[in-house]
Ligand binder design. Structure first.
Ligand code: PLP
Length: 397
């Protein structure tokens, strides 16, 4: 396999300072910027002639806007191109034009496949032999899956102590990952994983796939935004409601819109969707920072939420999340654990396969309708980031 770096990449920049990062000769994996913030990839958009390569299926349909090329079809042909379906039942009930993008058709069952497929491919193209990450959920499963597909060393996955024997532990091992346990939460697991892997990272052998610690995951999540534009064409949603943890999807979708506007796929007179971030009241650092008008997201103490993917008490890319919410004229809202549980069952009653994180988006829509932030008749897209199987497995005796 001769992976190739996209020749249309113009530069790598520090997402916080805007400074160009290093003089990268593509000889080693990319980590955080020297200032300690996430690095983002900028393309020479004038040179990117078109979005699609028609002969491909799956994620690399969008290869002109992905950082790595020559990825074999079998690696990620089944990732992405997920169905976006109108729910007539929920539209009627709520008085909006409601659409759901169903990410659980991805191979490991969640939208995490998009980011991890690109993160693993990019790290491999830059010489890594293996990967590691802390996780309390779907990201570890996807990282193990794509490390195996790439034929690399087993992915080293660190989980908080309480996850021993649980669904995610078993799923990571199922796809060939090695699991260790450390600390009470993902932050503590991350500290332990980074300490254990410091030598490997310094040597360029292993890449830290933690959210936003390398730029590939953001590029992969961006493909949700590319698909939203191709799926809705001239009738874009008025609102997109996104279940926000680390915020990769939210920032990624907006990056897609920005790039497509620069290329000319999106006309300058087309009104972009407003972005709404939803979190649980039990762990809402983004919502609190947005309400205060802050520029960055400060850490909180999570009280614990049934929506694992939203149990993220800080956000290293908080500055970009808040910028997207404000630039899009969007908002951030927190919903109660009871509302999440209720919406989980509401989805099931109309036959939509949604997990707790997605349930939070439906609960948020109801809140935003009550406050007239979203108006009756508007077109709303909910991101169904993962299905109900984890929630159902967890509630088994
Ligand atoms: C199902 C699900 N939805 C949403 C999220 C939050 O995603 P993001 O990091 O893009 O904010 C996660 C993250 O773990 C998740 O697993």
């Amino acid at each position: 396999m001769h992976l190739q770096i996209n020749p249309h990449i113009a530069r790598l920049i520090c997402s916080r300072t805007g400074e160009e990062v290093g003089n990268n000769d593509w000889s080693r994996p990319i980590g955080l910027s020297p200032a300690g913030f996430p690095v983002t990839i900028e393309y020479d958009l004038g040179a990117v002639a078109s979005l699609s390569v028609a002969t491909r299926t799956g994620l690399w349909t969008h290869r002109n806007l992905l950082p790595v090329w020559n990825v074999p079809d079998g690696y990620a042909a089944d990732v992405g191109t997920t169905p976006t379906i109108r729910s007539a039942a929920l539209s009627d009930r709520l008085g909006v034009d409601l659409w759901v993008k169903n990410e659980n058709t991805n191979p490991s069952g969640s939208f995490k496949d998009r980011g991890l497929a690109v993160g693993v491919a990019l790290g491999t193209a830059l010489g890594a032999q293996g990967f590691f990450l802390p996780t309390q959920g779907n990201a570890g499963v996807a990282a193990a899956l794509f490390s195996t597909r790439m034929g690399l060393l087993p992915c080293e996955v660190t989980m908080p102590e309480g996850y021993q024997g649980g669904f995610y532990h078993r799923a990571v091992e199922h796809y060939g990952g090695n699991v260790t346990f450390a600390g009470a939460n993902i932050a503590a697991a991350g500290v332990a994983a980074r300490e254990a892997m410091a030598g490997e990272v310094a040597a360029g052998r292993r890449v830290d796939l933690s959210t936003f610690f390398e730029p590939g995951r953001l590029e992969g999540k961006k493909t949700m935004g590319l698909e939203i534009i191709t799926q809705f064409e001239d009738t874009l949603p008025d609102w997109i409601i996104y279940p926000t943890g680390g915020g990769t999807g939210l920032v990624g979708i907006w990056k897609a819109f920005t790039e497509l506007r620069a290329i000319g796929t999106l006309r300058t007179d087309q009104k972009l969707p407003r972005m709404a971030a939803v979190q649980s009241e039990a762990c809402a650092p983004v919502v609190e920072a947005f309400a205060r008008g802050d520029e960055t997201v400060s850490g909180v103490t999570s009280l614990g939420t049934i929506a694992d993917g939203l149990d993220v008490p800080g956000a290293i890319m908080g500055h970009s999340i808040l910028q997207v919410l404000r630039e899009s004229g969007g908002t951030a809202t927190a919903v109660s654990e009871d509302a999440i549980e209720g919406a989980f069952h509401d989805f099931a009653r109309v036959g939509v396969p949604a997990g707790y994180e997605t349930a939070a988006t439906l609960a948020a829509l109801e809140t935003l309708l009550r406050s007239d932030t979203i108006e009756k008749g508007q077109r709303v897209l909910l991101l169904n980031t993962g299905g109900p199987s984890v929630a159902l497995a967890k509630s088994m005796p």
